[in-house]
Design a protein around this ligand. Sequence first.
Ligand code: BTN
Length: 328
Amino acid sequence: MIDLNQPSLLALLEAADRDAYVSGEEISKRLNVSRTAIWKQIRKLEAEGYVIEAVPRLGYRLVGRPSRLTRQEVQTRLQTREFGRHLHLFDSVSSTQDVLRELAEEGAPEGTLVIAEQQTQGRGRMGRVWVSPPGKGVWMSLLLRPQVPLQATPQLTLLAAVALRRAVSAVVPLDIGIKWPNDLLVDGKKISGILLESAAEEERLRYVVVGLGISANLEPEDYPEDVASKAVSLKMAAGRPVDRAELIAVTLKEFEELYELYLRDGFEPIRALWEAHSVNLNRKTTLATPRGPIEGIPRGLNDMGGLLVELSDGTLMPVYSAEIQSST
Ligand code: BTN
């Protein structure tokens, strides 16, 4: 599925200094392919929206990139062992969650990634709609097949938040906090959302589909009225657009690293990382739970990834499924 030649050609062109040409001879030596093969690959890149200048005797120079995501852009930047190596990229889907779930049922391996430029029925937590306009966000789903009990799912939810936080911070210099369980906030406004959907058999997890939505380059007018005051894009917050392919690659790298750490050393290191960036700990908080509202002060996470909320009588109550309404 991975076309090793084409990403390498793009990598060579991208690695060249600005204004510098890479000669056909060099490309064919480095990639061990013929001049005709290079030309074919150039045509393929051009079809993807790259603009490549070809000057006789000088060589090739990359002068323009497509504004939409391409397989090549993502693959050239990947630094992972497995995550994202089976990549499915679409212009428009109902929800990347549904596409990946089907692939998972057909036996897709761990790390399989589905990315879409647009989702027509993107969904969020608690049955909400996730607005996913074309070409501006990162809408993707990643497949995990961890050998852990079903009750460990909350741990993976928190792991996803830590990984995404690390990735976004590495790409854009913003101060990012985690709102329990896995929303990322900048100045109190949401920049991303994470949705875990799992398939289980008895007490065993068969697979988990991790949906990641990052408001990368959305403009204020892309948000519906009811969301506009609570959300912000990275572009709006940082004042400059972000490279979505870069963001995807770094997210997968951080995610794979933390996931391997989790499988090796358990939840403890993840818990510490999550707690270090939580915006809710030690603040008076109201949580809406399926069994009604709870008021208390979140003090940390328990071993299973539940939020430990200190109630007025001093008892610590673990909460697994709820929505934070206010935190002051
Ligand atoms: C939330 O904060 O409510 C979670 C939002 C999750 C959105 C992502 S976008 C990619 C994947 N596909 C979906 O339909 N949802 C998730």
